[in-house]
Design a protein around this ligand. Structure first.
Ligand code: DAH
Length: 335
């Protein structure tokens, strides 16, 4: 029987080693370890072995089973490795990959970038302020009295603690003057919020760009020159620009700016508000700062503000403002 075991072990190891694929390996497993396999049959032969010899043969049979099992395992692992190697052999890892499409900038971002670049060339720095503001920064400091309609709860989002979502970016004028002595020359692009019903021309959140220039001897001519230059840079040198007298609490005198240009369909479009900073605004800032660097007897300034959404829509011929925020790729891919 010892001899038989030896022969079987040699045979099994050879057959397993020669198994070229999975079916061959599986049938080798059945042939030796299966219910009616050769190793099993030998174990049954134990019945005829003398009692005192049984432990010895029991051990030999166990070793045999062990040896066949590990031969099967080894062959299987090698087979997996060979399959992997075959897969990779046909791969050229030096080929370029599939790049993800780069995408494009949102039409609003494109317009904002152009506007920012133009003002930076004129020496304006970019300023920022919080979207959640105090009533003081949004209204009081901007000379807007408590009974002004813009402060109505129907028009402005108030938080339970009395703060609000800024209804315009003019708040940044105040933030900048609080922190920085004159001269200041800033633009502040950012979000503004109003309690408007959402429809094709209104969103509750929109985008504005504010500007402020304060120094000694800043004049209305500076305001006109700066904004005329800006709008002609943006829309072309033939653009017509008109300053129409208006009222804003924080500027005096105040104007609305209308422009007319082919790019916007050759009709007058109201685009921006602007004016010379009202002395009351400087006084509010002086009081808050506790100094007189913004004394309206010493400095003057101009301010302006305009919405970017409607401008982007007119330039890109977008008919519904909601498209700007819906993130529909079919829409965005056009830009
Ligand atoms: N804050 C105004 C608005 O949201 C726009 C504006 C008008 C800003 C005149 C200004 C300005 O700085 O001088 O309608």
């Amino acid at each position: 029987m010892e001899k038989q075991i030896e022969i079987l072990r040699a045979e099994a190891i050879e057959v397993i080693g020669a198994a070229g694929d999975r079916p061959a390996l599986d049938s080798a497993r059945v042939r030796y370890l299966g219910k009616s396999g050769a190793v099993t049959a030998l174990s049954e032969g134990m019945r005829h072995v003398a009692k005192e010899e049984r432990p010895k043969f029991g051990k030999l049979l166990n070793d045999l089973r062990q040896a066949v099992t590990s031969a099967l395992e080894e062959r299987e692992i090698r087979m997996l490795g060979e399959a992997d190697a075959a897969d990779v052999a046909s791969l050229d890892l030096t080929l370029p990959g599939t790049p993800p499409p780069p995408g494009t900038l949102h039409p609003l971002t494109q317009l904002m970038d152009r506007a920012v670049r133009c003002f930076r060339r004129m020496g304006f720095a970019i300023a920022d302020g919080p979207d959640i503001e105090t009533e003081w920064h949004c209204f009081d400091a901007l000379n807007t009295p408590p009974d002004h309609p813009a402060r109505n709860e129907k028009d402005t989002f108030y938080l339970p603690d009395g703060r609000l979502l800024r209804s315009h970016t003019s708040t940044v004028q105040i933030r900048v003057m609080e922190e920085t002595p004159p001269p200041v020359r800033i633009i502040a692009p950012g979000a503004a919020y109003r309690r408007d019903e959402v429809d094709a021309t209104h969103l509750a959140q929109f985008t504005q760009m504010e500007g402020l220039y304060v120094a000694e001897n800043v004049s209305l001519a500076d305001l006109k020159g700066t904004l005329e230059f800006f709008f002609r840079e943006l829309f072309g040198p033939e653009t017509e620009i008109q300053f129409r007298p208006h009222f804003f609490p924080f500027t005096e005198p105040s104007y609305e700016i209308d422009i007319r240009t082919g790019a916007l369909g050759d009709r007058w479009m109201e685009l921006a508000g602007c004016g010379m900073v009202d002395p009351a605004v400087f006084e509010a800032v002086c009081k808050r700062r506790g100094d007189r660097v913004y004394d309206p007897e010493r400095v003057t300034g101009f301010a302006f503000g305009f919405g970017l959404d409607r401008l982007a829509m007119n330039l890109a011929k977008i008919s519904d403002i909601r498209m700007l925020v819906e993130n529909d790729l079919r829409f965005l891919r056009q830009f």
